[in-house]
Write a new protein. Structure first.
Lengths: 305, 279
């Protein structure tokens, strides 16, 4: 099976408000699939539907080849782990008991693998500590451990790095990569921190106002991301007319900084600057970020509609 | 279903809720006994009572109807309410356990907690009555068993209602307040209805003091007809009408009504939770 999860024309309405509009996605097996969208774009709603916390108004999805309309979907959900919005853990239970509780939910009777699971999320030694005393990062990692109970085929994570400090973000990234590589677990992840997501994801889907704008692999994204060179010059005001005349796409950042979106050599830039009687202080690569790419997509969508 | 039930019971034990229920219920039992001693046997407050019999036990068990529902409301908030507000209930649903079984397992644990609470309090009351007085004539007989059963059924009916509130009110604190207000309302309304029903149909009024002439006048506060039937039913069904809770021969109407409330609330809860979207 190539796709662990396939979503077809999924819609979700709350009264007259359309939260999801014909969402169609295919999540390849073994991938880390980044779901990119602004607040209220429909990411959490989509994830809630996939995890059975909410029901779709129309459309279907299939998990491990089992359609959502099939009664077997309930048993297939046991092959899926999730964290939606915040880690669902009991603060008055220890880390060990939280994981054991999920083992019981899954009908598992052997609890020998719990210490290994806690070690996988760097919580070894904290098993007996009450989850209420954990830092946010530890709670998130415990949430991941709970989601990993029963060795799921797919992990659905909604904003797992939200609110984490830089060290926590790095730790979470390493854990997710380890889970993906060592356990071959497919991960569907949404995040606001797009630069961080770009360090993880192998595939992307961009969602805005309940619609999927684009899906592509990270290599396809790299090909589509606009290459940019950042110029530090004595005056952008004098340089811009020359760029306009030559048809060079650019964006002025301030009086001395300008980004050029064109496959243009440094010598050509210097030549154009000399022509405009402008001194070039330095030139650096400043390729478009994932954030910039997403914002461009949204702008194009809004322009069309 | 078994997984959900096991999970609820595991949480009940491991979070210390079971221990807390037992300790708190023992304390309730002790305070109920203390209140009866101070109310009716003031002289025995700081001394061993000279003599008690089954009436002492019955009086105390009847008082449990007042106290246990408040404790149940707090239990439902702490146990089920926090399960939902911490979103931990989602873990069960995401593993394919239906909402129906989630509700059912929470109901079973809440009922077990309530029954344990009643039994623990009763044990404290009974042990006090049996071993503390200088002389006693206390025996568990049919009357006490029926009374205990009635009190238990009334308490679990309240528990089912409180659980319903916790599952369907988004803000758990409001659910708790509604639960407590509901118990208070029933406590207050029962004697008011009792008072209305005791109003006589007519009363004797002296109209001439010199001739000492009396006249029968119709009482404007008398409630008759269908309204009286309804109020009588409500009063007899109230758990805070001790006459209806106490029945020498059978199961009292208050307990029968409570049983129906329990069945209806649970059935409604299970039917409506099917498509409930928690936080």
């Amino acid at each position: 099976m190539d796709n662990v999860l396939e979503i077809k024309n999924l819609c979700k309405d709350y009264g007259k408000f359309h939260v999801l509009k014909n969402v169609t996605l295919e999540i390849p097996n073994g991938s880390i699939f980044g779901l990119v969208g602004r607040n209220g774009a429909g990411k959490t709603t989509l994830m809630r539907i996939l995890t059975g916390l909410s029901e779709a108004t129309s459309g279907t999805y299939s998990l491990g080849g089992i359609k959502s309309s099939d009664k077997k979907i309930l048993s297939v959900r046991r092959r899926m782990g999730s964290i939606i919005e915040s880690p669902a853990i009991y603060k008055n239970l220890s880390a060990y008991d939280n994981v054991k509780l999920q083992y019981i939910n899954l009908g598992m009777t052997s609890f020998e693998s719990i210490p290994d699971l806690l070690e996988l999320v760097d919580l070894q030694g904290a098993g007996k500590k009450k989850a209420g005393k954990f830092s946010l990062g530890m709670k998130q990692r415990l949430g991941i451990a709970v989601a990993l109970c029963g060795k799921p085929d797919i992990l659905i994570l909604d904003e797992p790095i939200n609110g984490l400090d830089p060290q926590g973000i790095i730790q979470m990234r390493e854990i997710l990569l380890r889970i993906n590589r060592e356990r071959h677990t497919t991960i569907l992840i949404s995040s606001h921190i797009l630069e961080e997501l770009s360090k993880l994801a192998t595939h992307y889907a961009f969602i805005e106002k309940g619609e999927i704008l684009q899906t592509l692999s990270s290599s396809e994204l790299m090909g589509q991301v606009r290459k940019a060179s950042r110029l530090k010059v004595s005056s952008t005001e004098l340089l811009c007319p020359v760029f306009d005349r030559e048809g060079v796409e650019y964006k002025v950042e301030d009086e001395e900084t300008v980004d050029i979106f064109a496959d243009i050599t440094a010598s050509k830039i210097v030549a154009l600057a000399n022509e405009a009687n402008v001194e070039v202080i330095n030139i650096t690569d400043n390729n478009e970020s994932l954030e910039g790419y997403f914002m461009n997509l949204v702008a194009k969508r809004d322009g069309i509609s | 279903m078994i997984c959900s039930l096991k999970s609820s019971f595991y949480r009940f034990v491991r979070t210390g809720m079971l221990a807390k229920v037992l300790i708190f219920s023992a304390v309730i039992g002790f305070f109920v006994v203390l209140s009866t001693c101070t109310d009716e046997m003031m002289m025995y407050l700081l001394r061993r009572p000279r003599y008690v019999d089954n009436t002492f036990v019955i009086t105390n068990v009847l008082k449990l109807v007042y106290v246990i529902p408040f404790a149940s409301a707090v239990f439902c908030t702490v146990f089920t309410g926090s399960d939902i507000s911490m979103r931990a209930v989602n873990n069960r649903i995401a593993t394919g356990i239906t909402r129906y079984w989630v509700y059912f397992s929470e109901l079973i644990v809440s009922v077990v907690a309530t029954v344990l609470s009643v039994l623990t309090s009763f044990a404290v009351i009974f042990l006090f009555a049996k071993y503390v007085p200088v002389k006693e004539n206390v025996k568990i007989n049919k009357q006490i068993i029926l009374l205990l059963l009635s009190v238990t059924v009334i308490c679990i009916a309240f528990t089912a209602l409180f659980l319903w509130f916790q599952l369907f009110f988004r803000i758990k604190f409001i659910a708790l307040v509604c639960s407590l207000v509901m118990v208070l309302a029933v406590v207050i309304v029962s004697p008011v209805i009792g008072g209305l029903l005791e109003e006589p149909y007519r009363y004797h009024v002296m109209i001439d003091e010199e001739t000492e002439t009396y006249e029968w006048r119709t009482n404007p506060y008398y409630i008759g007809g269908m309204s009286r039937n309804v109020l009588t039913f409500v009063y007899d069904s109230s758990p805070y009408n001790f006459d209806s809770v106490m029945d020498q021969d059978g199961f009292p109407q208050a307990a029968v009504t409570a049983g129906m409330v329990f069945v209806l609330t649970s059935a409604t809860g299970m039917a409506s939770v099917k498509k409930k979207e928690f936080l």
